[in-house]
Design a protein around this ligand. Sequence first.
Ligand SMILES: C[S@@+](CC[C@H](N)C(=O)[O-])C[C@H]1O[C@@H](n2cnc3c(N)ncnc32)[C@H](O)[C@@H]1O
Length: 418
Amino acid sequence: MPGDFALVAKTLSGLEDLLAAELRDLGARDVRPLSRMVMFRGDLRLLYKANLCCRTAIRILRRLRKFNCDSEQTLYDEVKGIDWARYLDADGTLAIDPVVTNSTFTHSLYVAQKAKDAIADQFRERTGRRPSVHLDAPDLRLNLHMNQNIATLYLDASGDSLHKRGYRTVQNVAPINEVLAAGILRMTGWDAASNFADGMCGSGTFVIEAALMARRIAPGVFRKRFAFEKWKDYDRALYQEVFREVEALENRAPLPFVIAASDMDPEAISIARQNARNAGVEGDIRFDCRPFAEQPPLPGPGVLVMNPPYGERIEVPRIEAMYRMIGDTLKARYSGWRAFLFSANLEALRRVGLRATAEVPLWNGRMESRLVEYRIGGARTDHGPRRPPGGAAPRGAHRPAPSARPSLKPERRTREAP
Ligand SMILES: C[S@@+](CC[C@H](N)C(=O)[O-])C[C@H]1O[C@@H](n2cnc3c(N)ncnc32)[C@H](O)[C@@H]1O
C-alpha cells in the first residue's frame, strides 16, 4: 500500500501470536510473528493506533535501514549514509538502544557508540554542531539490532515501554507487568462479558486490565507521551483523530457482570483502588479486603486469575500450605469457574491438589513461570475459546488428552533479523 513502511512490535516471550492477532485487528498488513516480536507493515495512522491500542506490545519500532554488517567500518558507513537531518536537529538529543545476538559484534555498547559516532560526525561535518546523548528523554530514540551480522536500525515510536500504561501510580511489592497480565487474560479466553475475579489482587493489575478490556478502553490513553510525538514527521492532527476514534469505541454502559478484586492486605486494596481510579474503572471493580480462604462463594461461570506469592520471602512449609489452601478454596467456593494460577514456584503449584487442565510456560522477568488452568466442579469445557479474537489459538494450545498432563507451550520461534 502507498504510505506503508516496515514496522516491528516487540513483546514478551509467549505473547507473539496474541500480539499478531491484535495487530491484524487494527488493520496491519503482512503480519509475521517472530521470537518476542511481530513484523508487520502499515502507515503512520497504524503506527499511532498500535501504540495506543496494543495490550500485548512492549514497543513499536519503525524500520529505517537493514544492511549486512561484517565490520565496524561497514556499520559506521551505513549509519552515516542515512540523512539524519530528516530525523533530528544538530542540537537535538539522541539515544541508541543496542540489541546484539549471535553476532561477531559482542559488545552492544560498543556497537551503539560506533553508530552514535557516525551520526555525530555527519552533523559536525555539515553544521559544525552535533547532537548530544540523552538516555532518559531524547528527541530521537533508536534501536539497533545486530543478528548474525545483519544490522537493522529502527526509530523507536514508543519511548517508555508500553507496559507503563500510566494508571499504576502506586504499587505493592511484586506487581505483574501489565503487558504480561493482558497477555495472560487473553490466554485464559475470558470473554470480557462474564464474571472475573482475582483473590490476591495486590496492586490490581489483572482486574484493571480486565476492566479496560471490558470497557474497550485502549491501554495507551493514559500515557503522557509517546516518542513519535517528537518526530519531525509527527502529524498532530492525525494523532488526535486516531485518539478520538479509539475513544469513541469505549463501552460506557454498566457492566452486567462482576469483576471482583480481593486481597488480605488492606494496603494492597487501597493501592489497587487508587490505580483503578486512575484508570477510570474503580466503579467497575468490587473490592474486598479478606483472606482468600474466607471468600464468599461467587456464582459461576467465570474466570479467576491469581498470581500468588512465589515464596521468596516466605518459608517453604507455609508456601506449600498456602497453595493447598488455594486448591481447597477453589474447590469449595468456585464451582463452575475456570481458575488460572500464575506462579514461578513449580513445587508449590503441585500442592494445589486439583487436576490441571492446561499449562503454559511463561517468563515473569527472569523467572520461569507457569500459567496453570483448573476447571472447577463442572466448569463448562466450551466456555471461552483460548483464542485471541480474529487470530489463531496460542501455539500448542489444546484441550488436554485425558491421560496426559496438558501443555499450552507456545511454539519456539526462530530468531531472525526483522
Ligand atoms: C505477587 S502479589 C500479587 C501481585 C498482583 N498480581 C499485582 O499485579 O500487583 C501476591 C498478593 O497476594 C496477597 N496474599 C497473600 N496471601 C494471601 C491470602 N491468603 N489471601 C489473600 N491475599 C493474599 C498478598 O497480600 C499480595 O498482595
